[in-house]
Design a protein around this ligand. Structure first.
Ligand SMILES: NC(=O)c1ccc[n+]([C@@H]2O[C@H](COP(=O)([O-])OP(=O)(O)OC[C@H]3O[C@@H](n4cnc5c(N)ncnc54)[C@H](OP(=O)(O)O)[C@@H]3O)[C@@H](O)[C@H]2O)c1
Length: 305
């Protein structure tokens, strides 16, 4: 099968190669999926499990890409809940070969059915931002209707999902980003926008929840805005930032079939809009990832036309 591999961490996306790899086999509890569309997160090649397995052993050459929409072609022993020929979407394991390939083996529990009226391109754009936003707001952040949430990177892939889910849940939503992101963030539904280049973050006042995608100094300053009993949730890795009277949670998103179902249903209802910046093909993917402009929004690779 055709696949994109990486072998050299220092080279980043410039080190990607389009090559031919053996088709994956379905292990116990796996399905094999023919990938129709693949999602790639722009800084994936900086994530440790792109390069090493769970025992920190080199696993290169590895195939990046962790989101997919496609069709099940084979079932492993003990696989539950999915059938050959079924349309699916979901998130693949960080330490296994990913979705920038014609086929991928993935544990069935990481996938959900993709309804027939949802395009594969849209399906592949939902798992990472949708699940990350859902888990950050509701599982780790405990967001409740009437509370206020500060969402950093509001015009980005994860931030734009978080805004919409929080607003639908009845929260007051303040988004941040660069000056040029203001209109995008407003279009996705923020009540207020803080331009981190020109405005003063501290003018926001108190909030119940911060959804952080940056870490560093922004996370530290945001922690000081959190009301008693509130939470700082970050997806940017471990942080020393702590609210004076509250919790900090850093987490890595996990796949979840029920949550994928909730997310795709909102897309079908028109309650949730995905943020796709660019669509390319497997043949053109490396040029796209190395192109002069990093698009605002998710890059989706159509593996099958
Ligand atoms: N822990 C987890 O489970 C998890 C899950 C998903 C994603 N992530 C990570 O979360 C991060 C965000 O992912 P994403 O896909 O949402 O990325 P993204 O689409 O690039 O979103 C980030 C947004 O923040 C903006 N931004 C970046 N630096 C800024 C700054 N200094 N001031 C103001 N705005 C700034 C970006 O604008 P520009 O494009 O103009 O820079 C973009 O609009 C990534 O590092 C990703 O790896 C973690």
């Amino acid at each position: 099968m055709k696949a994109i591999i990486v072998t050299d961490q220092a080279a980043g996306t410039a080190g990607m190669q389009l090559t031919v790899r053996p088709e994956p086999q379905a292990a116990i509890n796996d399905v094999v999926v023919q990938v129709h569309a693949s999602g790639f997160t722009w800084d994936e090649l900086t994530w440790p499990p792109t390069w090493t397995d769970r025992l920190n052993r080199d696993r290169t050459p590895s195939i990046p890409g962790h989101e997919l929409a496609g069709v099940v072609t084979a079932l492993g022993y003990g696989t539950a809940g999915l059938s050959v020929g079924q349309r699916v979407f979901g998130l693949t394991d960080w330490t296994r070969d990913g979705t920038l390939a014609e086929y991928v083996a993935v544990e069935a529990r990481n996938l959900a059915p993709l309804p027939g009226d949802v395009d594969f391109t849209v399906g592949a754009s939902l798992p990472m931002p949708g699940l990350t936003a859902w888990q950050g707001l509701f599982e780790h952040g405990g967001l409740r209707s009437g509370q206020s949430v500060l969402v950093h990177g509001a015009a980005g892939v994860v931030g734009s999902m978080a805004i919409q889910l929080a607003r639908e849940d009845g929260a007051y939503v303040i988004g941040t980003g660069r000056a040029l992101h203001r209109q995008t963030a407003l279009d996705f539904g923020v009540h207020e926008f803080v331009d981190l280049e020109n405005d003063t973050l501290e003018d926001v006042g108190g909030v119940d929840l911060v959804f952080d995608v940056f870490g560093g100094d922004i996370a530290r300053r945001s922690a000081a805005l959190i009301r008693a009993g509130g939470t700082l949730v970050t997806i940017a890795g471990p942080t020393e930032a702590r609210p004076a009277d509250g919790l900090t949670v850093d987490f890595v998103v996990e796949s979840n079939r029920a949550q994928l179902g909730e997310i795709v249903q909102r897309v079908r209802d028109g309650r949730l809009r995905t943020h796709i910046g660019n669509v390319s093909t497997l043949d053109d993917a490396i040029a796209t990832f190395n192109g002069p402009k990093r698009f605002n929004g998710k890059t989706i690779i159509r593996v099958r036309p």
